[in-house]
Ligand binder design. Structure first.
Ligand code: N01
Length: 545
């Protein structure tokens, strides 16, 4: 039996299909659904994919795995799940992570309220009823009081804007839509376009079996060793006993990782001490090399140049052919100004005789032909072409759906000059809609940010339930102030001077050539403090009725 609050809230929503609709069954959607179940609300997840997992459902390309430590990436809210789930590697592979998602779903009995193969194409706020109306690809409709978007920041994948992409007659795959049946590279001539985190992971795996692999690189990346290793049962027990400490560290750190930056100024440390520090750091696991580094490599160009030079020398030591080594070293952006990919033998892959790097800056791709790829200097034939060409990130997940708010205002029009939000959770003119991992939110180590955002949204919906609130919207001033704050937090970070998905640029899309401030770049504890203040003030910053 539900409480008085639940039953009277549902009574207010009795003409609607649901109290809360959630779009997306990734980590955000799964945890949101669990919290809505705890609130006793009538809830449904609508998910485009055929099963749970979100990112981990779609991105099943060879070599896909965590770049965050497995045990800092999992949910922390359920002791039972923490007690029962064992990770087999420090950085889990995609199949293991997908199994984890399935395990969580079963444990929390989530599937009963999940509807798969349901791609939402439109979400319209209904002014007359203060409710949301969602439409899917098949024309079905769903109504609810609240809408929680859990659509991810890297979801809407993009094909390269190269002529002839659809003319190619061989096998072709985008990494974000990899088939669930195995793809064999045995004796095949394989091409991969793209050298971001995905292209790097795929390259180092595919090279193990491909007949020949050609990597088409437009921009090289500052990649560092992942240093993955198996986790023995004894080690897992040890990790389990450290979970409270791990989550405490993540909660206190700048971007929700286990790593804490060194507060010394790079330029005030002697060259010898710096070299020793960086040599030690290079041997460490995961993002420690980036996030445990001197903090001012992210803000000071001279400091950044020094560490970039250090990494460049590592690449030179690892890649035998000097032209290939130089081509793999970024020249136009500094270390960590784009999301740093982590690798396991990526650079050594180029020492294999069956691997070739093509620099498309000096030898541009002219077209994809029926049989392969034509560059200015050469015509290539391939059996398989892999597109690791990235995503229409952050706002792209939103523009893929026709969101319309009060009076039919379109979200894409509201964000034409870049996102404008309140706490990254609300948009002006879009009442009763909250975004988990919306723009202007803290991303960092995603599940840690997801857990906080879902917890905030759930407490907010609980408040609305208990106070019979059927309309909640951010104010114009709230959006102005938050957007200004987010922009102020971004000042001085070198990453904002570089084109990447993190600054909202996607060179394959004509409308996404201009940099924006897409994410919250202040410290995560600071973000949480401001969001908590709003909750403590009983959400009086919002218009509620
Ligand atoms: O995408 P990207 P990604 N012609 O945008 C190139 C997360 N992730 O899928 O840089 C030629 O980074 C493009 O070149 P350029 C992680 O947050 C997480 O690799 O635009 N090349 C670039 O090299 C990551 O940052 C994990 O010049 C073209 C590449 O394609 C994010 O996902 C694992 C091109 C795209 O790189 C996105 O990574 C993997 C064209 N027309 C990813 N168009 C884990 O930790 C694009 N490119 C689990």
């Amino acid at each position: 039996m539900g409480s008085i609050e639940e039953s009277s809230f549902s009574e207010l929503n009795k003409d609607l299909d649901y109290d809360v609709l959630i779009i997306g069954a990734g980590l955000s959607g799964m945890y949101s659904l669990h919290r809505m179940h705890q609130l006793g609300l009538r809830t449904k997840i609508l998910e485009a994919g055929g099963d749970v997992g979100g990112t981990w459902y779609w991105n099943r390309y060879p070599g896909a795995r965590f770049d965050s430590e497995s045990y800092s990436y999992n949910f922390s809210f359920s002791q039972e799940i923490l007690d029962e789930w064992n990770w087999s590697e420090h950085f889990a592979s995609q199949p293991e992570t997908l199994r984890y998602c399935e395990f969580v779903c079963k444990k929390l009995d989530l599937r009963r309220d999940m509807q798969f193969d349901t791609r939402i194409t439109a979400a319209y706020f209904q002014d007359e009823t203060n409710a949301w109306l969602l439409k899917d690809e098949q024309g079905r409709q769903y109504t609810s009081r609240f809408l929680v978007t859990c659509i991810g920041i890297l979801n809407n994948y993009t094909m390269p804007n190269i002529p002839g992409v659809h003319d190619y007659k061989g096998e072709a795959y985008h990494t974000a839509r990899w088939p669930s049946v195995p793809v064999s590279f045995e004796n095949k001539r394989v091409a991969i376009i793209g050298t971001g985190a995905t292209g790097i992971q795929a390259t180092q795996e595919i090279v193990k079996t491909a007949g020949h692999l050609t990597v088409f690189q437009r921009t090289p990346n500052w990649s560092l060793p992942l240093r993955n290793a198996p986790i023995s049962p004894e080690e897992m027990d040890e990790i389990r006993s450290q979970y409270p400490e791990i989550f405490r560290k993540c909660a206190e750190s700048y971007s929700c990782f286990m790593h804490v930056s060194d507060t010394r100024n790079t330029l005030e440390v002697s060259p010898e001490e710096r070299q020793t520090f960086w040599d030690d750091l290079y041997e460490k696991r995961g993002f420690e090399k980036w996030l445990g580094n001197f903090g001012n490599i992210n803000t000071n160009k001279e400091a950044n140049d020094l560490f970039s030079d250090f990494v460049a020398n590592k690449i030179r030591q690892r890649v035998k052919d000097p032209w290939t080594a130089e081509t793999l070293i970024p020249k136009c952006h500094g270390f960590g100004t784009k999301r740093v990919p982590l690798e396991s033998g990526y650079f050594e892959a180029y020492n294999q005789p069956n691997v070739r790097l093509i620099d498309v800056k000096s030898n541009p791709i002219e077209c994809i032909s029926k049989k392969g790829i034509r560059t200015r200097d050469e015509d290539f034939e391939f059996d398989i072409i892999i597109y690791a060409t990235g995503f229409d990130a952050v706002t792209g997940s939103f523009t893929a759906i026709d969101f319309q708010g009060v009076g039919g205002i379109k979200l894409k029009d509201r964000w034409v000059e870049g996102p404008r939000t309140f706490l990254g959770l609300f948009v002006e003119g879009f009442p009763n809609m909250t975004m988990v991992m919306g723009p202007h939110q803290m991303f960092g180590n995603i599940p840690r940010s997801v857990e906080y955002a879902v917890s905030w949204v759930s407490r907010f919906i609980e408040y609305c339930r208990d106070h019979h609130i059927t309309f909640a919207e951010t104010t114009h001033q709230g959006v102005l102030d938050w957007t200004e704050h987010v922009h102020n937090c971004a000042v001085g970070l070198l990453a904002n001077d570089v084109d990447s998905w993190m600054t909202g640029v996607n060179k394959n899309l004509a409308h996404k050539q201009k940099r924006i401030i897409a994410r919250y770049q202040g410290p995560a504890p600071g973000y949480r403090k401001l969001a908590e203040d709003v909750a403590t003030r009983n959400y009086e910053d919002l218009i509620m009725k």
